[in-house]
Design a protein around this ligand. Sequence first.
Ligand code: PAF
Length: 296
Amino acid sequence: MKSTVETQVFENIADLRQWRCRLRYKDNFDRQPIVGFVPTMGALHQGHMSLVQKALQECSHVVVSIFVNPIQFVKGEDFDKYPRPFEKDLELCVRAGVHAVFHPTCEQMYPNGQASLTRVVPPGELTGHLCGAFRPGHFEGVATVVAKLFGQVEPNYAYFGEKDYQQLVVVRRMVADLDLPVAVVASPTVRESDGLAMSSRNVYLNSGERAVAPVLHQTLLTVSKNATSKALTLQEALADGRRKLEQVPGLTLQYLEACDAITLEPVAECKHPMVVLVAAKLGDVRLIDNIIVPKI
Ligand code: PAF
């Protein structure tokens, strides 16, 4: 069913700001709006739309940004070929009843270029391992653009998926360290029926790679079960998971690690709260996933 909300589309920051300002001062002088924000790089799937639905339930106005952020891609990554189906994304936002879609250009976001830019540098203990070790500079690019988007949208609540768990921890820490007036809301990973975590990059998988991709989720479930049932120690469970993944044809394991779910510090033994995270390449496609291990 189509929504009755008329979705505004903003291509530049000044127009977005004007809308945001009017929301606060003109139309809603008596009752302040609650703005929910879902930052995305587009190629929207059910994972993104679950964040949008949550935001719509909890906020009076919802903004979705669609911006493929060049400064979070490491040299040699897929910035140029990253999917950009803007019309389809917009249609999904309109149907859902999103109030505003912010779709800036790189020139709008980085008017002084990318080389000389004031950047947000998250602490090394959060970004030096896991994905950060394989994508140097990535989280600096994420934190910088998210800080800029927060300044432009001025949300009360910002919604992030748990699939990008390290990103979620980095953003939470940035908000805390910089006293940004926004509450970060995390939402569970949305999965295909065979367990594969939804991701805009899944479209790159060929049919053979797609068939084996759920092995990441299955391995996380097995590690969690083996460690919590005490069938194996945590380190044995991780070693067993790594061994199995390394035997999958076409799969290159980058990491399978257990970390404190709040600080992301690697843990030697089971503790609570704990997250097990994995990254692997299937052919050229890099996939990540994680599981929050239930309390024993
Ligand atoms: O998760 C993403 O899609 C991106 O990293 C984000 C948060 C939109 C920043 O570009």
